[in-house]
Design a protein around this ligand. Sequence first.
Ligand code: IVH
Length: 674
Amino acid sequence: MKKIKYQINKLRKKILKYDYFYHTLDQPIISDAEYDFLLNKLYNLELKNKKLFNFNSPTQKVGSYLLSKFKKSEHFSPMLSLENIFDLNGYLKFENRIKKYIVNSTIDFCCELKIDGIAVNLIYEEGNLIRASTRGDGYFGENITNNIKEIQSIPLKLKGLNIPKRLEIRGEIFMLKSDFIKLNKKYFINKKKYFSNPRNAAAGSLRQINSKVTAKRHLMFFCHGFNFFKDMESCQTHYEALLICERWGLPINKKILITSNSSEIFNFYKKFEKKRLLLDFDIDGIVIKVNSIYLQKKIGVNNKWPKWAIAFKYFPKEEITRLNYVKFQVGRTGLITPVAYFDPVCISGVIIRKASLYNKKEIKKLNLHENDYVLIRRSGDVIPKIVNVILEKRLKNSKKISFPKFCPICDSNLSVNQQDNVIRCFSGLLCEAQKKKFFNHFFSKNALNASGLGPKIINKLVENKIVLNLIDFFFLKIEQLKNIDKIGEKKSYNIIETISKSKKTTIKRFIYALGIFSVGELISEKLANYFNLINNIIYASEKELASINGVGKIIANNIFNYFSILENRKLIKDLLRVLYILPNKNNLINYKTSIFLNKNVVITGIFNSYSRKKMKEILKNLGANINSKVSKKTELLIYGKKYGRKFLDAKKTNIKMINEKEFDLLIEKYKLKN
Ligand code: IVH
């Protein structure tokens, strides 16, 4: 019992501290998910140990301490929170609970967007705004009347008819994402700090002692609740009441669905889950409310939330977690990329463990320290990114993380590549990381395609010094392989077989496999078609290389530099002894004199003697660029039967058009010439 008491007290203290950071200072120091987990744990412990119940426990509070710089003001009716659900099942449970209150009749629900902002309470008397406060602990809030009066979308005086003598309005203050970005830019210049999201920026802007600061921040407001203090005959439903508020001049969000159908509700939820990135304000879910005011009263509230409403939440887009370490990865070309590894977090339904820190500048900007707590976001809802560090949680004396001066693998000096201003290890194949990555690339699917010779095996072979260079792969023996950890005889045989098969390759694959900086598959194909023989590439001038369509000066320079290095030329010579490079399929025709060379060609329709794929292949091998649409760039259209819109587009202009027969003739003529 003593142990449980200690555990409960510890949890209560912890949660109260997190509440203070979240509600009072607007600086959350743990993620929502982590908070919910702790609160739930406490709730269950208290449930099992009723003797230890305490009214001051965070499980009994709506949240938030008051910040002493504002005066307190009491709410007429408590400002409650909402119960959260995350899936359809949760929603169906809610619906079943509601249905118990009303038998044999359908229940209409009012579905609204759940705005991710700051809840406020506005009091109007005789139509005049007389007081405004934050939620506070649900019973007492902070009096922020002066600041609220600076928000343009909140009317100081209501207009229209039948305005009650006293009126309580509940709603959300928020900042537009576009304004948030603008504000952060200015804020960083002046204060060298960022707000981590629009909600924090809105909260910080609202709780200003000087209301003139609030005025400048461009805050917005949507009304989503009300207390009229009297029954209004014209108003039976929540939705009707919202429309009345709107007529009095209070802004409401129009994305509302009234329905009794659960699949429509689910569709509404899904629709805005997709759309939320496109909205200019953050939403964290939808709110589903029983529409009838009579029924709401009948269903009632508990001490935390109304039982007639529920928040159907989206998975959070950001989380706070602890940084474990930063690894400086060495890429195939020696590029050093810092990667942060942290305690796993679930963001938008995906578990994330690491995020790239891109470069030295980013590390400097974030000012990361060992064991820091960091805010993670999936930018564009996909790529994980560290947004900032939670400074309040930084450990004393923790060491700053900085970019290394030496390669973490081979210990050689790192230096800045002047060409692209990134940090590289220039040791090439002398650096084991680059060696492993190069070997992996050489045998990868689009290069020599030695399927079955994956990174695990290649890395083992390098680490065990079985292969010292590329050529060694082609002379491997079963005896060398079978005793290496878990490889065994059968696998050894397969490895030798796959390497042997990969010896027969194409010139395009071979060029790509060399891993020349900036030479991907497309450029490899262009080089293969242009030169036809690897020796011609090795001795090509920089000028000739740059003249090839799509290559350009920078890539030409990289290729030229690569072949100027003696070791590279030696490697190729050795490789050509063990490999068998097939001639280019369509190179019966002399590529360099092809009239299709560098021509922008579009094809449309069906052909008698060629599939579209085949025709494209022939054209590509003749040096043409195949485009999918007719544009200003297009120089030739080849059309077959049942041609489409492209034919009509080309006809409108002066583009040369030929049919299949003419195409055949062109190729024939060509072949004869050469
Ligand atoms: S209705 C009794 N409707 O979400 C509480 N709340 O997590 C009834 N919120 O405290 C609230 N958009 O501040 C309602 N359309 C909406 C909302 C909304 C955002 C906030 C509100 C509430 C919090 C609960």
